[in-house]
Design a protein around this ligand. Structure first.
Ligand SMILES: O=C[C@H](O)COP(=O)(O)O
Length: 251
């Protein structure tokens, strides 16, 4: 049985004080992590506040990005080794905003996934097509290529423990959610791809999130789909009430 994982991706929002206030407001109302994992991925400058506030609670914590080297002359980058030392659990990589605005390639994302595993963290690997690609009906090919490239050289055990987030770019921050059927269709394709690349057990173990305008009103319908194991949530993860409604969707 896969444990659902609902993750907030705060993007470039929140400061350390707001982070502490947010965690104080949610930390005693989170579900049992054996039933639903509640995760917040915050900007690098907020991670110290996040880990201090979340200590001893059911909140899982993570970063929104990292570099693929642990240390060196890489001005402005974030070390996966230090993220681990700080107590992070997850790192998001390959978000479409990183691919588009910061020109991250599939090769970078693959290197980051390896560095994240080498440091004992878990990656959340994002994938998803543009509106143009969907209109050309090439979304499956696009996403399968992204997955194959991101996972290149990873073992079945590693892949079993990671999370893939399917986020169609046209549904991010637009209020335009993919229908639950569209989301399920692609998450199923991703699981089948994992089965082809690895084996059935790995495909059954891997958790696949949907992301793109997820909110308290649509979370239940999305989570009812057999191949959707969670959500990667931007805007609706920024307010404690909305975040709590998402992670407690089973109530
Ligand atoms: O990582 C989160 C996604 O980009 C979705 O953002 P959104 O929930 O604001 O549409």
């Amino acid at each position: 049985m896969r444990t659902p994982i609902i993750a907030g991706n705060w993007k470039l929002h929140m400061n350390p004080e707001e982070t502490t206030e947010f965690v104080e407001a949610v930390k005693d109302k989170l579900p049992d992590p054996a039933k639903v994992e509640s995760l917040i991925c915050a900007p690098a400058v907020d991670l110290d506040a996040l880990r201090r506030a979340a200590k001893g609670s059911n909140l899982r914590i993570g970063a929104e990005n990292c570099y693929f080297e642990d240390e060196g002359a890489f001005t402005g980058e974030t070390s996966p080794k230090v993220l681990k030392e700080m107590g992070m659990d997850y790192v998001i990589i390959g978000h479409s905003e990183r691919r588009i605005y910061f020109h991250e390639t599939d090769e970078d994302i693959n290197k980051k996934a390896k560095a994240i595993f080498a440091n004992g963290l878990k990656p959340i690997i994002c994938c998803g097509e543009s509106l143009e690609t969907r209109e050309a009906n090439k979304q499956e090919e696009w996403v399968v290529n992204q997955i194959e490239a991101a996972l290149d050289g990873l073992t079945a055990d590693q892949v079993s423990s990671l999370v893939i987030a399917y986020e169609p770019i046209w549904a991010i921050g637009t209020g335009k959610t993919a229908s639950s059927d569209q989301a399920e269709e692609m998450c199923k394709t991703i699981r089948e791809t994992i089965k082809d690349l690895y084996n059935e057990e790995t495909a059954e173990n891997i958790r696949i999130q949907y992301g793109g305008s997820v909110n308290p009103a649509n979370i239940k319908e999305l989570m009812a789909k057999p191949d959707i194991d969670g959500g990667l949530v931007g805007g609706a993860s920024l307010k404690p009430d909305s975040y709590l409604a998402l992670v407690n969707y089973q109530d």
